[in-house]
Design a protein around this ligand. Sequence first.
Ligand code: SF4
Length: 243
Amino acid sequence: MEIKGFIQNSLLEWEGRISCVIFLPGCNFRCRYCHAGHLIQPNLLESIEEQQVLSYIKKQRDWLDGAVITGGEPTLHEYELLDLIREIKTLGLEVMIETNGSNPKWIEKLLKHHRIDAIAMDVKAPLEKEIYGKVIGVDFDVEIIRRSIAIILNNGIEHEFRITLLPGIVGVEEVKSIVKELKGAQTIAIQNFQPDNCLDKSMRSLTPFSAEQLDEMAEIAKPFAERVVVRGREQAALTSSRQ
Ligand code: SF4
C-alpha cells in the first residue's frame, strides 16, 4: 500500500490517545480550503514503505495507543485499507479513520466488522447539492453524505463530526443547518478557517472567524451533541489582533 506521510506520535489527532498518523494518497474532493494539496496530487510525494511504518509501530507499541489513518480520503483504498488496519490491530493498536464521508459502503464495512475503533467525519456544508459543491469543488450527491452520517450515528462507535468554516460560504447560518443533521452525535468539532496554503489560492487572503463567532457556533451546536469542541482559536486570536 502506498503511504505518503507518517507522523510518529501526536497528541492532537485523536484526543486522549498518543497516536501515530498515517497519510494515504488521493481524494475524490477538491475542497477549496484543503491543506493537503500534496496528498491529493500524490505523484508529488515519495512513498514510504508500509513495512517501515509497521516496524516503527511494532517497536513503539508499548507507549502508542493508536494509529490514525487519514488522507486524502483513506476509504478510496478499500481492501488495501482493510489489510493495513488488520496489520496495525494485530500489533495491538487501536485505529481511527478520518473520512470525508463519500464512501458509506466502506464506512459501513469498517464499522460492521469492528475493524476500527473510532471515526472522524467531515461534514463540509449544509446537505444541499449547490452549497456542498461550492466547498468541495466537485459535483456530489449529498444523500451519500447523509447516508454516512446515519451509519455512524446508528453504530455507537466513538465518533466525531467536523465542521470546517469557510468565510462567505460556511458560517453561523450554515452551522445551524448542518448540526440539525447530526442530532445525537458524540462530538461535534467546529474548526476555524485557516487561510495558509489553501488549495484555492483566492481563499488565502480571507479572514478567519473571531472567538465570539466561534463561541456562538459552539452554543448553536450544543443541543445536538454530547460534546462540542472548538478548534482554531489561535486563528481567531490573530483575527482579533488585526481588527
Ligand atoms: S476531503 Fe477535502 S480537505 Fe480532505 S483531503 Fe480531500 S480535498 Fe482535502
